[in-house]
Design a binder for this molecule. Structure first.
Ligand code: KIV
Ligand code: NA
Length: 265
């Protein structure tokens, strides 16, 4: 009954096994996914949008990430927990990246960290890996750069495709154990996957990647408003929860709750 490790992840690619990753931001939800056999959970900085009410991932702090990652670790027994390095906590250089990642590993108990960028983050990834911290890369659409790149499909056109391939190689050469490909054309994601020995984790990247990740609040229908086109909706939790809240309100108003079985005498 040990946790899944990056070595298990490497073996999965050798065997050609595809695996799922879900985001998680709290202990209770994480425990459900852990019991459901989700092998890898990402404490994504998407917590900024999903959980903390920000408009983007940019404002998420290392303190916020550390607190929520710790909760996810406490709520799980089997899954490998990957924590995102928030914007501004690694761009200064390898030393800053190490300082930040050490907090996520030591204080929160994360088993790995994720950071955005290919060639531009090569030195940071190498430093963490050399220090014994497994790193998941993240290329293609990198939401922390929303102010400069927007939320557009990445890797379209020959030049951009070549850059994506170079970024993927840079992440692998720096020692990362896996790499997220976000919002890139399916054919290109499949080509990147074939060209790497480490697994690719796709989101909006088609069916050719080694693994798939989704933001849990999107795929279970809890997110209010629009979700990206690449999301498949597996449940409608917003409907379930608003139904329960309305039923409770109605009960209280009408005297349907509490009943005798909910009272002590
Ligand atoms: O923060 C996040 O949820 C992510 C995934 C979408 C890969 O980085
Ligand atoms: Na993220």
């Amino acid at each position: 009954n040990r946790r899944i490790t990056v070595h298990d992840i490497a073996r999965a690619k050798e065997r050609g096994e595809k695996w799922p990753m879900l985001t998680a931001y709290d202990a209770m939800t994480a425990s459900v996914f852990d019991e459901s056999g989700i092998p890898v959970m990402l404490v994504g900085d998407s917590m900024g949008n999903c959980h903390l009410g920000y408009d983007t991932t940019v404002p998420v702090t290392l303190d916020e990430m550390t607190m929520l990652a710790a909760a996810v670790v406490r709520g799980t027994r089997r899954a490998l927990i990957v924590a995102d390095l928030p914007f501004g906590t690694y761009q200064e250089g390898p030393e800053q990246a190490l300082r930040s990642a050490v907090r996520l590993v030591k204080e929160a108990g994360a088993g790995a960290v994720k950071l955005e960028g290919g060639e531009r983050s090569h030195r940071q990834i190498a430093m963490l890996v050399q220090s014994g911290i497994p790193v998941m890369g993240h290329i293609g659409l990198t939401p922390q750069s929303v102010n400069s790149m927007g939320y557009r499909v990445q890797g379209r056109g020959e030049e951009a495709a070549q850059q994506l391939l170079r970024d993927a190689k840079a992440v692998q050469d720096a020692g990362a154990f896996a790499v997220v490909l976000e919002l890139v054309p399916a054919e290109l994601a499949a080509e990147v996957t074939r060209s790497l020995t480490i697994p690719t984790v796709g989101i909006g990247a088609g069916e050719g990647t080694d693994a798939q990740v989704l933001v849990w609040t999107d795929m279970m229908g809890l997110t209010g408003g629009k979700v990206p086109k690449f999301v498949k909706k597996y449940a409608d939790l917003r409907e379930v929860m608003s139904g329960a809240a309305r039923a409770f309100a109605e009960d209280v108003a009408q005297g349907g709750f509490p009943g005798p079985e909910h009272s002590v005498h």
